[in-house]
Write a protein that binds this ligand. Structure first.
Ligand code: FAD
Length: 444
């Protein structure tokens, strides 16, 4: 029994995976509905900033890379009015890269309804899926993001491929009955297969025997940076494989081979997706008292849409509260304890370093050469940045809606919940791939 009441960080327990999976069965349909309501589906973002780090000319001309903007008439009047009353000059407080500024507490650049350069995007019209964006441009971005880590492991190189025999064996372990939470040697996923997941240098820090002594002694904060980034990368890969375009037939469908190659043979990547789920849920739980008081209504006050708008507001508020309740369940709060981080003597320095690195990730996103990939990349970095701010920067007093009603901007709330939706959808897709794999095995 003691084994199944996790109290430490996510990697020290098996059963947290099962807890997250069982919670996701309720979370996914609820949050999937939530993000279709007007408050959550409209995101204002500036997609056309220059890449501040290198000259990027690998722009993706593929139709699937394009972004469909929202219809201006669908944008609730009150956001436009608010934006007009507080027009933001985006270079104020510039930290050296034009067009970027950060508030002291922020872990990333926050897109803003009041930013004049941004465009409103209807996220539901732009699903995250295969776009065909790949090659040097994509690899440069991922490499730059991994090199932003604090580990000093900068000798990243593209991974060597694994033999098909090993691939099948590992895929069996991850996709077989019981899924990720039960590996054949009883190890926690991500700790048994480091040799097969060499690549970028960084992945091997997960395995004590493969890492040098100094790497093993990575502090928790440094591990968090790596896990967050790898989890985001893995979640994007899951979406690519789950909604894949067969270029010869023009059909969209899940691609099992893609999932095996990119995810199932690298269980630690999957475990980092679970890590992100816990981190985001923990942030939502912590901010729940503040979020319950947040105004997510969008119904117009006059005109034809008043009645339907009110009904949509009622439903979105209901789903929103259900998600806050789910995140606040006791078991979830044991998976990740923010109190374990930024506690040591070096805490203030580490926190500043962490912020600097994570802020750089939000700038690196401007170098992604595919509009749709950039959209979801920026949104998810912002969602994770908001979660980190809630967990590491704000005390309970700051989160009191009466004391601090304007603590989180609309764009931060939208990014936080859409990022949780991305991760939740990834976990649902993993479940689907398990079933596809089982059916496939039966046929053979
Ligand atoms: P990549 O995914 O490019 O990975 C490069 C190397 O990183 C791998 O060889 C491996 O060594 C290492 N690696 C891979 N995954 C992990 C992990 N989880 N943790 C640690 N190390 C890892 N493409 C789309 O089709 N649709 C999208 O929406 C999309 N969004 C993107 C968003 C961003 C921000 C970026 C940078 C790229 C995006 N791409 C998207 C491109 C996509 O991520 C891949 O780069 C592309 O599909 C090529 O894949 P690959 O197999 O070469 O490996």
């Amino acid at each position: 029994e003691g084994y199944c009441s996790p109290s430490g960080p996510i990697e020290s327990t098996h059963c947290l995976y099962e807890t997250v999976e069982s919670l996701n069965k309720k979370l996914f349909p609820t949050i999937h509905e939530l993000v279709s309501y007007p408050f959550f589906k409209h995101y204002k973002v500036d997609l056309y900033k220059e890449c501040p780090f290198w000259h990027e000319n690998g722009f993706c001309m593929n139709r699937n890379c394009g972004v469909e903007e929202a219809n201006e008439d669908d944008i609730p009047e009150k956001w436009r009015a608010k934006a007009l009353s507080e027009i933001k000059v985006s270079s104020a407080g510039d930290e050296g890269v034009s067009g970027c500024y950060f508030k002291e507490q922020d872990f990333c650049y926050v897109e803003d309804d009041a930013d004049q350069n941004g465009q409103y995007i209807d996220l539901t019209l732009n699903p995250e899926r295969f776009t065909g964006y790949a090659g040097d441009s994509a690899h440069n971005v991922w490499r730059a993001i991994y090199e932003e880590n604090c580990f000093g492991l900068s000798e990243a190189s593209l991974s060597s491929s694994s033999s098909s025999e090993k691939t099948t064996k590992i895929a069996d372990t991850v996709l077989g009955a019981g899924g990720i939470s039960k590996s054949n040697d009883g190890q926690v996923p991500g700790w048994g297969f480091s040799k097969l997941s060499e690549g970028w240098g960084t992945e091997m820090v997960k395995h004590p025997s493969a890492a040098s002594a100094s790497e093993v002694e990575l502090c928790e904060e440094k591990k968090v940076y790596y896990r967050v980034v790898s989890g985001l990368h893995a979640s994007i890969s899951i979406h690519i494989c789950a909604d894949y375009l067969d270029q010869s037939t023009g059909e969209w469908s899940p691609n099992l081979e893609c999932f095996i190659q990119r995810l199932a043979t690298h269980p630690e990547r999957l475990s980092n997706v679970y890590f992100n789920a816990v981190l985001l849920l923990r942030a939502v739980a912590r901010a729940a008292p503040y979020l319950r008081a947040y105004d997510i209504a969008t119904a117009p006050t006059i005109g034809l849409g008043v009645k339907s708008g009110r009904e949509s507001d009622r439903l979105s508020k209901q789903r929103f509260n259900e998600i806050l309740d789910l995140a606040s369940q006791d078991e979830m709060n044991k998976g990740f304890d923010e109190g374990d981080f930024f506690r040591s003597e070096d805490a203030p320095i580490l926190k500043e370093q962490f912020k600097t690195h994570f802020r750089n990730v939000s700038r690196i996103m401007d170098c992604v050469g595919c509009d749709k990939c950039r959209l979801w990349g920026k949104l998810q970095v912002s969602g994770i940045g908001t979660a980190l701010k809630i967990l590491f920067e704000l005390d309970d007093k700051a989160l009191d809606p009466k004391i601090n009603p304007d603590l989180l901007q609309r764009s931060e709330v939208v990014a936080l919940f859409n990022t949780l939706h991305r991760i939740s959808e990834s976990l649902a897709a993993v479940e689907e791939f398990r079933q596809i794999y089982a059916a496939h095995q039966k046929e053979e």
